[in-house]
Design a protein around this ligand. Structure first.
Ligand code: ZN
Ligand code: ZN
Ligand code: ZN
Length: 92
């Protein structure tokens, strides 16, 4: 599983705010403070995709865009930059 490798904290923070505090795939609102914590709303990860800057993707169910979209449902997938949400269109 890849976790924020190669990105600095300031780079991740800048990417989070440039994404408007929302998942870049499904548009769900996220909480900066809740990155990588379990069991609360708005969890997210900074994902590499194919870009030089982090892609902000949600982690919580049911969307879990980091896994389902960023890694195409398989952690052994090296990672893509999602353009379309694959989780069945569940967007709030
Ligand atoms: Zn999402
Ligand atoms: Zn990733
Ligand atoms: Zn998604």
């Amino acid at each position: 599983m890849t976790r924020n490798e190669g990105f600095g904290a300031d780079e991740i923070e800048a990417a989070f705010y440039s994404a408007g505090g929302q998942c870049e795939c499904c548009g769900k609102s996220l909480s900066f403070a809740n990155s990588r914590r379990g069991g609360i709303w708005g969890r997210w990860e900074a994902h590499h995709g194919s870009r030089a800057t982090p892609v902000i993707l949600c982690v919580g169910d049911p969307e879990n865009c980091h896994l389902n979209c960023g890694h195409d449902g398989d952690w052994s997938n090296e990672g893509i930059t999602p353009r379309v949400h694959k989780g069945g269109g569940y967007v709030r």
